[in-house]
Design a protein around this ligand. Structure first.
Ligand code: URA
Length: 434
């Protein structure tokens, strides 16, 4: 069969065999199949979707396009979490040490922020000296000795996804749920985990704005994981307002450390504890959820999770003293308090607009290669549902460059809505899919 016949077959809605999918994925990764044919194939997938069997095959072919991290000699169960991303989502910084402190291995490969969304790597790199570019061997060694390591994507892992993602970005085919599922799951499955928790965000700051789309994505990713012999669960969680209070890299590290000290914002703490408990039960299916929740609470309360974070920072070349001395983190020189124009209740804080405001200050990237300023960002002073008086601060902007302030202020003014009556509260966790 030729590539053109495979494109026609998918275009007409027929199911492709593993061999046919391999011709596309392997041929493209090798450079034998041209961009225009793969672009046509991807567009056919956008319109016709993929069956479960095709999707599992496609994901496996992505994984097999590169090397996989082999952690099979590690006795502890290996578990990771993936979040579809959002604004103020620093849960990975809390969860990785927390779950490692519970005795499980957490090999975490994360991404960078783009547009209004933040990225775990950028947050970690705001810690002076922290190296997110370990080799695979160093990564494995750090997981072995510390229980956890956090790095970025390497060249050897899932090259097919890197090449196909770039093509999707240029051909309007990013939005296809099966293509998103294969892309995310291939990168996570190449980490060598036994189990994976998916945090699929919903709301204005999320990749998926609607619950129906988030649910479809979650089902699709859980299905792929199952077919590949992994224990996978997805939680659909809120990203309509920023998570916690801090948005911006060093500010988020401070908030994650406060959370590890048991002094974090209520929503972030609640979500981290629940995600940690779910990770523990996925890592060890014999464990009950109540016992896992209790263990997660204890590890926060007795300082074990914080101590593990110090160890991880040290193992990856960072300055562990930042957990006590926040002034060792990058700090912005200027501060602006955005005051409430009237008394009332905070009815909405549009997460996407807040993320964009932080990006405008320099905390995020407009383009994939834009430089970021680790010190800047925004701290939300009043969350949705809280009361505010006239002229009291709604949020604080931390910045270094005066020229960036005006646009950021305009954005935060647009993000907040104040109402006379208390708004209906949205749940933090909408659904569990397993
Ligand atoms: N994130 C990914 O890694 N892949 C996608 O396709 C979309 C979001």
């Amino acid at each position: 069969m030729r590539i053109i016949d495979i494109i026609r077959k998918k275009r007409d809605g027929a199911e492709l065999s593993r061999e046919e999918l391999a011709m596309v994925v392997e041929g493209y990764t090798r450079g034998d199949v041209p961009d225009y044919q793969v672009a046509a194939f991807l567009m056919a997938v956008c319109f016709q979707s993929l069956t479960d069997s095709e999707l599992a095959d496609l994901t496996e072919l992505y994984v097999q396009s590169g090397t996989c991290v082999d952690l099979s000699d590690l006795p502890a169960a290996k578990i990771d979490k993936h979040s579809t991303g959002g604004v103020g989502d620093k849960t990975s910084l809390v969860l990785a040490p927390l779950v490692a402190a519970a005795g499980y291995a957490v090999p975490m490969i994360s991404g960078r922020g783009l547009g209004h969304t933040g990225g775990t790597l950028d947050k970690l790199e705001s810690i002076p000296g922290f190296n997110t570019k370990l080799t695979i061997d160093q990564f494995k060694e750090t997981v072995r000795t510390t229980g956890c390591a956090m790095i970025g994507q390497t060249e050897e892992l899932v090259p097919a996804d890197r090449k196909i993602y770039a093509l999707r970005d240029a051909t309007g085919t990013v939005e296809s749920i099966p293509l998103i599922s294969a892309s995310i799951m291939s990168k996570k499955l190449a980490e060598g985990v036994d189990a994976l928790l998916l945090d699929v965000k919903i709301g204005s700051g999320a990749f998926m704005k609607k619950q129906t789309d988030a649910r479809r994505l979650a089902h699709s990713m859980v299905m792929i994981g199952r077919r590949m012999g992994k224990r996978v669960m997805a939680l659909l969680t809120d990203m309509d307002q920023p998570l916690g209070n801090a948005i911006g890299n060093a500010l988020e590290v401070m908030e994650a450390v406060e959370t590890l000290k048991g002094k974090g914002p209520a929503d972030l703490t609640e979500l981290c504890l629940e995600l940690a408990a779910r990770m523990i039960t996925l890592a060890d299916p014999e464990r009950g959820i109540e016992g896992a929740r209790e263990q997660a609470r204890t590890l926060l309360a007795d300082g074990s999770a914080l101590n593990k974070f110090r160890q991880v920072i040290q193992a990856q070349g960072g300055d562990p003293e930042i957990v006590e001395a926040y002034d060792r983190l990058p700090t912005a020189s200027e501060v602006y308090a955005m005051k409430s124009p009237r008394a009332g209740y905070v009815a909405r804080i549009d997460a996407e607009v807040m993320g964009t405001a932080a990006m405008l200050l320099g905390a995020g990237r407009e383009l994939i290669d834009s430089a970021i300023d680790p010190a800047v960002g925004i701290v939300v002073e009043r969350k949705v549902g809280e009361q505010v008086q006239f002229d009291e601060p709604l949020c604080t902007l931390y910045y270094n460059d005066n020229a960036r302030l005006k646009d950021a202020i305009e954005a935060v003014e647009e993000a907040f809505r104040i109402s006379n009556a208390a708004p209906e509260t949205r749940p933090l966790i909408y659904e569990i899919i397993q």
